[in-house]
Ligand binder design. Structure first.
Ligand SMILES: C[S@@+](CC[C@H](N)C(=O)[O-])C[C@H]1O[C@@H](n2cnc3c(N)ncnc32)[C@H](O)[C@@H]1O
Length: 260
């Protein structure tokens, strides 16, 4: 079981059970409040114009030349892995944001369908790429059911925003969205030492972070970090033949296929 809000809620009531002979109702795991997921969308809508500062290590994410060089080296490692398979047909990109990875995906596939809940993100992505081979849909991924199957599903820095109690359903959706043998690729963040950064991020406890925008507005969001072994196991349990790797400092990524 991956670490998550639900997984880490105390559910042990043995003490009560040991004192009574009649059955005791166990507390049900509490679903993450949909309010939090709504706030997460609002956060990314508001963050859209400044989002790329994070990826390109600009402004408050600038930690000096050596850091940026290493960050780029590790991004190249992930990018090179992504480009190992080309000539793909139709790719589904979940939560594409400003298009950092959409730009890569149109190099390895014929078409990309990009689904995001933020119109602001989609507008930036569309303006940057200007490609007729990308179509955009405004979609809440927690309500999404694919209407067809794709040759590849990709998501960058999205898995960590899926709360633990929604992960099985999300992975089933990804499975449904892929043709048998279709490729699954994801990339996400490794846990960071927040003491070193000035980016307005604070851990609030299990799988929750408080994020501040440049103007000081604060939002609480889901952030789940994975270890390669547990993520490999979870993805394999959900029907994927997949390898999960980490880069030296910053990223975790997975590349594999839906079991045929
Ligand atoms: C961390 S960004 C990742 C963007 C992009 N994939 C990248 O790697 O740069 C997370 C993205 O998830 C989108 N998002 C947040 N909640 C969502 C939801 N419920 N359904 C669909 N997209 C959502 C945000 O709008 C944002 O574009």
């Amino acid at each position: 079981m991956v670490g998550g809000i639900v997984a880490r809620l105390p559910t042990d009531i043995n003490f009560v059970e040991n004192c009574r002979s009649e059955p005791v109702a166990r507390p049900q795991p509490q679903p993450v409040m949909s309010n939090l997921l709504q706030k997460q969308i609002e956060y990314y809508r508001a963050r859209a114009p400044e989002y790329d500062d994070w990826f390109y290590r600009r402004d408050r994410y600038d930690q000096g030349e050596a850091h940026t060089r290493q960050w780029r080296r590790e991004i190249r490692q992930v990018r090179d892995q992504l480009h190992r398979v080309t000539d793909l047909g139709h790719i589904l990109e979940l939560a594409p944001g400003t298009g950092i990875w959409t730009a890569e995906l149109i190099q390895i596939g014929e078409r990309v369908s990009a689904l995001d809940a933020s119109p602001e993100m989609i507008a930036i992505n569309r303006a940057k790429l200007g490609s007729e081979r990308v179509d955009y849909q405004l979609v809440d991924l927690f309500r999404y059911q694919p209407a067809r199957q794709y040759d590849m599903v990709f998501f960058g820095f999205w898995l960590s925003h899926v709360p633990a109690d929604k992960l099985p359903r999300f992975l089933e959706t990804v499975h449904d969205a892929l043709k048998p043998g279709g490729r699954l690729f994801l990339v996400d963040s490794r846990a960071l030492d927040l003491a070193k950064n000035r980016t307005g991020t604070a851990n609030l406890g299990a799988d929750l972070q408080r994020r501040a925008l440049k103007d000081g507005r604060q939002f609480d969001i889901v952030k789940v970090y994975y270890e390669p072994a547990e993520l490999t196991e979870t993805l394999r349990e959900h029907g994927f033949d997949i390898e999960v790797e980490e880069t030296e400092n910053f990223f975790i990524y997975a590349d594999g296929r839906k079991r045929a």
